[in-house]
Design a protein around this ligand. Structure first.
Ligand SMILES: [Zn+2]
Length: 168
């Protein structure tokens, strides 16, 4: 699978929501980004701890078969995304919206932007807030994508990224 240029540290300009969506145009790109942030050294078996010796199983669930112990590990297991059926791309877009919103974004706004029911959006925002508190590596990667520079603690996102794009 091709590595999107974003993973190579090529982006230096502030990223708009549209720019983010261009870099993560589909679920396959979202999964590459997620996997590279979660497992930078390769898949980690949750059962035997082996690193980089698992084969991805066909299908869309990010399941990996460990060559050392023969068991399967989901890339989502052990993350706040474990019990979620939402696409990875929806998660990453929600992370981008929440991390780049200087005023904060409510669950209702998040649901509206992503086309999710309020209850789903509430759970999503709750889990992403927990990721923020725990310095989750996937969230950190999304924030890195949005940063203009690394001087400040906060991502230097366009103030109203996506706000004028209410048609989406
Ligand atoms: Zn194993």
């Amino acid at each position: 699978m091709m590595m999107p240029s974003i993973l190579m540290g090529m982006v230096h300009d502030p990223l708009t929501l549209q720019g983010f969506l261009d870099l993560v145009p589909d679920e396959a790109h979202a999964e590459v980004l997620f996997l590279s942030a979660r497992w930078p050294e390769g898949p980690v078996c949750r059962w035997c701890g082996s690193v980089g010796n698992a084969r991805r199983l066909p299908g869309r669930k990010m399941l990996f078969h460990c060559r050392d112990c023969g068991r399967a590990t989901s890339a989502r297991a052990g993350t706040p995304m474990a019990a979620s059926h939402l696409p990875v791309r929806t998660w990453l877009t929600a992370m981008f919206l929440m991390a780049c919103s200087s005023q904060g974004i409510s669950a209702r706004q998040l649901g509206f932007r992503l086309g999710l029911q309020y209850r789903t959006a509430w759970h999503l925002s709750h889990r992403i807030r927990r990721m923020m508190a725990s310095d989750d590596p996937v969230l950190r990667r999304v924030v890195e994508m949005a940063e203009t520079d690394v001087d400040g603690d906060l991502p230097a996102c366009p103030e109203h990224a996506g706000d004028d794009d209410s048609g989406r």
